[in-house]
Write a new protein. Structure first.
Length: 119
């Protein structure tokens, strides 16, 4: 059974940083694309970033470019999302996903972790 478990969310002031983690079990992250999506209150879920192991590639939505970095540690079977220069509009539930598709993996989903950015 595939499970994706996110951690690292929380409350941070605008301009601050958070690092989200997504640890997988039941699949090997190096064999799949990994991605992060988010859903703000009252809004639809939107794509944030994705990473592919081979060929090595990352992909970001425009509004996080230069602020967020997606990475992976195959030994830990974990995908990370480093979020810097956070803004109040980044407040959302962030969910990780894994799948064969790239840059929008969506076969498996985590339960989400809440990020709140105060102004």
């Amino acid at each position: 059974q595939v499970q994706l478990v996110e951690s690292g969310g929380g409350l941070v002031q605008a301009g601050g940083s958070l690092r989200l983690s997504c640890t997988a079990s039941g699949l090997t992250v190096s064999s799949y694309a990994g991605g992060w999506y988010r859903q703000a209150p009252g809004k639809e879920r939107e794509f944030v970033a994705a990473i592919r192991w081979w060929p090595i590639s990352t992909y970001y939505v425009d509004f996080v470019k230069g602020r967020f970095t997606i990475s992976r540690d195959n030994a830990q079977n974990t995908v990370f999302l480093q979020m810097n220069s956070l803004k109040p509009e980044d407040t959302a539930v962030y969910s990780c996903a894994a799948g064969r598709g790239y840059p929008y993996p969506n076969d498996y989903w985590g339960q989400g972790t809440k990020v709140t950015v105060s102004s």
